[in-house]
Design a protein around this ligand. Structure first.
Ligand code: NAP
Length: 295
């Protein structure tokens, strides 16, 4: 086999953000509607701070309103819930995102369940997860949506493919499996108790890795010609003590076997925020009963 096609998440995300920016301009012109995204960050987790900064920057670049709420690490659960309830009521806010992980004194499930499902742009509320699972219109988690967009960039019609999703988290594995089912894939969900994972992975025409283990998926786990979507973002020690990011897939090996593959960085990562902006537009349109522009 030659080298796989490299699926360019950075370019795909940039193109999506451009379409979002023109849709937002249209909503302002035609309906006087400016979609607004509120992001709540509790504490000072460095990775979360980076994410929140990029979210705010890209929200503003797309012409939307960005509301940042930074709370100290020792904030009580009650205070976070009170802020969420206030944002639920705020007419300028169409999307609410509470950055995870939250400090230990705060029950994340309770916070996520307090977000108004119509403003739940992360798609983590059980109402949206349930709507996705039952095939109803929903706000769907951003990284899974981005992953499927990239799979479709490699093969527009995924019908009939055997998709193997490695990972069963509520934020990636389960929703991506639901989306692939809706794309008419035959879906297997693998996890830490799966027997003979390499053999299961080798069955995949479409392999989605959402594990959180650096370069766990080796080249000989990949079926020749398969589409490989690597959701993993792992910081590892590189040469000279410098840290670098790697995925859950051993890219150097898998690129020799796969038909198409996403790199890390530059694959699924950039899609997440672009899909968050899209969800915010979708939420704003639904709340104001305006037709959602094609994105
Ligand atoms: N923007 C983005 O691109 C983005 C967004 C979210 C996450 N991520 C990345 O995606 C990865 C997964 O995130 P997550 O939140 O889904 O992680 P998570 O909640 O820790 O879930 C990891 C899943 O992988 C499974 N797993 C762990 N070790 C395994 C093994 N040795 N063999 C097979 N399965 C194994 C676990 O199985 P069990 O259920 O059996 O424990 C679990 O279902 C991480 O690297 C994360 O950084 C990226």
């Amino acid at each position: 086999m030659g080298q796989a096609q490299i699926i360019d998440g950075k370019a795909t995300a940039a193109a999506l953000r451009e379409r979002i920016a023109s849709a937002v301009a249209g909503l302002k012109d035609k309906h006087g509607l400016t979609p607004g995204l509120a992001v709540v960050l509790v504490g000072e987790n460095p990775a979360s701070q980076v994410y929140v900064r990029s979210k705010a920057k890209q929200t503003v670049e797309a012409g939307m309103a960005s509301f940042d709420h930074k709370l100290p690490a020792e904030t009580s659960e009650e205070d976070v819930l009170a802020l969420v309830r206030q944002l639920n009521e705020d007419p300028a806010v169409h999307g609410i995102l509470v950055q995870l992980p939250l400090p230990d004194q705060i029950d994340s499930d309770k916070v996520l369940e307090t977000i108004d499902p119509s403003k739940d742009v992360d798609g983590f509320h059980p109402m949206n997860a349930g709507r996705l699972a039952t095939g109803q219109p929903a706000l769907v988690a951003c990284t899974p949506v981005g992953s499927v967009i990239l799979a479709r960039a490699a093969k527009p019609d995924l019908t009939g493919l055997h998709a193997v999703v490695v990972g069963r988290s509520n934020i990636v594995g389960k929703p991506v499996a639901q989306l692939l089912l809706a794309e008419n894939c035959t879906v297997t969900i693998a996890h830490s108790r799966t027997k003979d994972l390499p053999a299961v992975a080798r069955e995949a025409d479409l392999l989605i890795a959402a594990v959180g283990r650096p370069e766990m998926i080796k080249g000989d786990w990949v079926k020749p010609g398969a589409i490989v979507i690597d959701v993993g973002i792992n910081r590892v020690e590189g040469e000279g003590g410098k840290s670098r990011l790697v995925g859950d897939v051993d890219f150097a090996e898998a690129v020799e076997v796969a038909g198409a593959i996403t790199p890390v960085p530059g694959g699924v990562g950039p899609m997440t925020i672009a899909c968050l902006l899209r969800n915010t537009v979708q939420a704003a349109c639904a709340i104001h009963d305006v037709e959602m522009p094609e994105l």
